[in-house]
Write a protein that binds this ligand. Structure first.
Ligand code: PGA
Length: 245
């Protein structure tokens, strides 16, 4: 049975108290999973309390971002060592909200990816085109530019890619299976030439109504979920779909 991944990106939602309650509420379902690796990315301030609550559950915790530098004068940033100390085993890097709302360039994202991987920290690198880029026929070119962050890196089994078309994130507009298939196929091919295969997740308005179909698309190994990960009921449903199909 092929391994699957379901990662909940809680973004800037939930206080530590509410985050713990949500993590607790999904634990009965995660305990029964056979092939799905579950990851949660709470806000930085909630990580420590969530980590205590889920200890021993097999759920992995991650940061929603991480600095490429090990330490020093980088106000507002958080290091791999700090995340590790709290019990995190991965970080999301290059999320479209970081790239497009906070202006993180391809170079900044690449520095974060190099820093995390060189400290042997598992990384989910998010890539994806804007609507304007898709309409201009530039999707695959943009994905290549974003994947260039991996050049010269030996990432081994520490890398996961999340394909998240920017126009599908938080909009209720999910990419069609054909669009997902062509992007994932392209990414899988490029990864072969970079540092070898890595799991590729889809993200963007994933919900219990569309996940089954998405998981049938070749080269889709799971999903990165925002909005639908904030309800225990909905996320539990997504976990069951991911594990069962
Ligand atoms: P969404 O977010 O599921 O709310 O579209 C996905 C993401 O940002 O990772």
């Amino acid at each position: 049975m092929q391994k699957r991944y379901l990662i909940g990106n809680w973004k800037m939602n939930l206080t530590a108290k509410n985050a713990v309650a949500l993590a607790h509420a999904i634990m009965p379902v995660t305990a029964k999973l056979r092939r799905t690796q579950v990851g949660l990315a709470p806000s930085f301030t909630a990580i420590a309390t969530v980590a205590q609550r889920i200890a021993g559950s097999g759920i992995q915790l991650g940061g929603q971002n991480v600095c490429g530098e090990a330490k020093g004068a980088f106000t507002g940033e958080i290091s791999v060592e700090m995340l590790r100390e709290l019990g995190c085993s991965f970080a999301i890097i290059g999320h479209s909200e970081r790239r497009h709302t906070f202006g993180e360039s391809i170079e900044i994202v690449a520095r974060r990816v190099h820093g995390a991987l060189s400290q042997a920290f598992a990384t989910i690198l998010c890539v994806g085109e804007t609507l304007a880029e898709r309409d201009a026929g530039r999707t695959l070119e943009v994905l290549d530019q974003q994947l260039a962050a991996l050049e010269g890196l030996r990432y081994g089994s520490r890398l996961t890619i999340a394909y998240e078309p920017v126009w599908a994130i938080g909009t209720g507009r999910v990419a069609s299976p054909d669009l997902i298939a062509s992007a994932h196929q392209h990414l899988a091919q490029r990864l072969e030439h970079l540092g070898g295969p890595a799991p590729i997740l889809y993200g963007g308005s994933v919900n219990p109504g569309n996940l089954r179909e998405i998981l049938q698309v070749p080269h889709v190994d799971g999903a990165l979920v925002g909005g639908a990960s904030l309800s225990a009921e909905t996320f539990s449903e997504l976990l069951q779909i991911t594990d069962g199909e």
